[in-house]
Write a protein that binds this ligand. Structure first.
Ligand code: AKG
Ligand code: FE2
Length: 369
């Protein structure tokens, strides 16, 4: 079934509305879901009434592509973990994160380390993933001990711990190669990554409105306005916004654009990040990056960090990526412990010795302030 979000003509929208009203009633009446096809089952299970209401009231012109949630500023702004002094976030930094939705850049690696690591990243992107069997920028840390070593750098993990708590996992990494002349990555946000596999969330936080996930984004190249550095709309992590079908923006070929106000867009900021520096942000803060108008590529990598209390891909054998293409079988995938202890064990886990590849030599990393 083609459920790709896109603007549809009225003759298609009417039966969709009828079908969705039916699924909403199915949910309300608590009818058995087992008899429904997979995509319908996902909608009944994962959509809340606000989601049904948005798409029905707009006559299939607007929809939520992730479960609505509303951020509330914590009453007391305090770090959630004790860390070494060199990695401590000040009260102002924590407040700035909760107010804006992003923080940084911070130093972690030297430009020389990034220059040499770049060769590894460029090489691996052109090979089939050992995890998924095809070329993909995703989760290459499973086969790159050096990348895993970088992701675990305390400059990164100790700062995330102050926002998420002491016990941390990563459930995904991604290489972002932005070639010369590459277009904009449109304004986007995500929470449970529900849009990715047609209505099925990837992660299951106990409380949707908490900050239960962080993206850590590391610049390999110098990133600036001309090659499409990251940009953010401060404060827009306060809620998940609906999307409008149609429009001329395209996120990995999807035909929709996110709803935000002109004022929010006018307040957007570009954040140049130097090689070896990283940003921390909640994927719920509306962000993206401009076009690369230079004749050189712009390379970066990221990871998604969660506390151990958040399950990932429960009972799933594979997910289908709407935007990255392909079917990602999860039999070799797992979360990996970045810091602390995993007393919950809620998801399939890749043990550290497998990621380190039993004695593969990786650099001893210097602490970075
Ligand atoms: O690298 C980029 O331009 C976009 C990165 C991004 O959206 C992310 O890391 O979540
Ligand atoms: Fe993103």
């Amino acid at each position: 079934m083609n459920m790709k979000p896109k603007l549809r003509p009225m003759w298609q929208r009417l039966p969709i509305m009828g079908g969705l009203a039916g699924l909403c009633a199915w949910k309300a009446l608590g009818l058995p879901r087992g008899v429904l096809p997979r995509d319908f089952k996902s909608i009944v299970r994962n959509w809340d009434y606000e989601m049904f209401s948005m798409i029905l009231k707009s006559r299939v012109l607007k929809a939520f592509i992730d479960q609505p949630c509303y951020f509330q500023m914590p009453k007391h702004i305090e770090p959630k973990a004790e860390v070494a002094p060199e990695y401590r976030l000040s009260h102002d930094q924590l407040k700035s994160f909760y107010t804006n939705g992003y923080l940084g850049p911070f130093d972690a690696f030297t430009p020389e380390q990034m220059l040499s690591f770049k060769q590894d990243l460029l090489a691996i992107e052109n090979t089939n993933s050992e995890t998924y069997g095809f070329k993909t920028p995703r989760d290459r840390h499973f086969e790159m001990p050096r990348m895993w070593n970088y992701l675990k750098h305390p400059a990164i993990t100790e700062r995330c711990a102050q926002i998420l708590g002491p016990d941390l996992l990563t459930w995904r990494s991604q290489i972002f190669y932005k070639g010369p002349g590459s277009p904009t990555i449109q304004w986007h946000q995500a929470s449970t990554f529900m849009v990715e596999d047609y209505q099925d969330p990837a992660i299951f936080p106990p409380n949707l409105s908490d900050i239960f996930q962080l993206t850590v984004w590391v610049a390999v190249d110098n990133t600036h306005h001309d090659n499409g550095c990251l940009r953010f709309m401060p404060g827009t992590h306060n809620s998940i916004r609906p999307i409008k079908f149609g429009g001329n923006e395209g996120f990995y070929e999807a035909d929709f654009s996110l709803e935000y106000t002109p004022e929010e867009e006018a307040r957007s900021v570009e954040v140049p990040v130097k090689p070896g520096q990283f940003m921390i942000f909640t994927e719920r803060c509306i962000h993206g990056s401009g076009p690369n108008t230079t004749d050189k590529h712009r390379l970066a990598f990221n990871m998604r960090v969660i506390p151990t209390s958040v399950p990932v891909y429960t009972d799933k054998k594979y997910y289908r990526s709407v935007y990255n293409g392909g079917k990602y079988h999860l039999d070799k995938w797992g979360v990996a412990l970045l810091r602390g202890e995993d007393n919950y064990r809620l998801s399939r886990t890749i043990p550290a010795h497998e990621l380190e590849r039993d004695g593969a030599v990786t650099e001893v990393l210097r602490p970075a302030a």
